[in-house]
Ligand binder design. Sequence first.
Ligand code: COA
Length: 404
Amino acid sequence: MSLRDQFGKDILLTGWGHSRFGKLTDDTLESLIVQVAGEAIRNSGLDPRDIDEIYLGQFNSGMQPLGFTSSLALQLSADLANVPATRTENACASGSAAFQQGAKAVLAGTARNVLVIGAEKMTDAGADVVGAALLGASYEMAGKASTTGFTGLFAEVARHYDKRYGADIAGPGFEAGLGDVLGSIAAKNHRNGMDNPYAQMHRDFGEEFCRTISEKNPMVAEPLRRTDCSPVSDGAAAVVISTSAGGGATAPVRLAGFGHANDFFPAERRDPTEFAATRASWERALGMAGVGIEDLDFAEVHDCFTIAELVMYEAMGLTPRGEGPRAIKEGWVHKDGRLPVNVSGGLKAKGHPVGATGVSQHVIAAMQLSGTAGDMQLPGARRGAVQNMGGVGIANYVSVLEAV
Ligand code: COA
């Protein structure tokens, strides 16, 4: 049964906005929020006075001396006075937390039109401040003890994965095993990012560079090299969610299903390579949409590190556990493969302004499904999924979107 059958109404994405991602020295958090909020409302065909509620996804956590940011979107227009606005924080999934809260408000009927924004300004602070702030999302002692930031926590997942499945990974073209598989994921996403005008990194590094440790591609935390990591970024994205199309410039896109599941911290899990709650969020979203993974035309997934994209192939059910490398080795997740993954370049090339990421993924998916993705466009895309997570698979969100 679809979301529409279950709740008796359509939940539509009717307009969206997206800033460039990168080191945006001329922008402030406020200017980014106002820019994308204005674009989203304008493109939806609505007026600021039509907005009933606002959700802002932002992690922040000490990266800047600015709290209480929920009201910043009101600076866009005097007509937004008295609109209820709330900030959601769920680490790197803060943007999807805002999106799902907005969708639920529309589903509940307490709002007709909700403005959802995701934003983060990370590059103003030094690397040590950003690293410490991000580690706040790990909570546990392992995180506090990490000397290589969040990269260290995902590197640990990669080492566990290699120990358990590594012997079966090496093969023709992938002689170095897991290192080559992760390098190929990085190369794919950097290649895809070349077509994304919003991406922070327009650099087609190629397979050889991404697979090799060098002065320009040093090891950050064994086995993750620099090209296995998403960059530190500024940026924002916004979307208007409504029950009916507002007569905007682009065709609306339907939310077909959504799922959210939180997990224990990794130290309390039996198997560090199993992202069980991530899998649960996929099952909930696909179940609500009444579709299977084989019914998707593309997926935008949370590749904060290349190992995260690899375990995602398994959590989403594309391959059985331990067989994720097949998806990249056999080209299933390439732009012309059976399930293109991260056609936008993913967090890897597009950038990862933490609170903006989840909303950005929804916007990119909406562009694909309304046929407005420009050079990123996949021909005939009718249904896609978005997956966003906070921490090492701790806060997990999946949305299934489809063309109307
Ligand atoms: N991937 C590829 N290239 C990158 C990069 C990345 N993630 N980050 C920086 N670069 C490039 C820069 O463009 C620059 O290139 P140039 O010398 O040709 O101009 C070069 O590397 C040096 O940039 P710099 O900013 O000094 O790199 P750095 O070593 O300080 O930082 C990382 C690199 C990987 C450590 C940093 O991006 C990082 O910490 N990423 C992870 C962020 C994170 O934890 N996010 C939360 C995830 S849950």
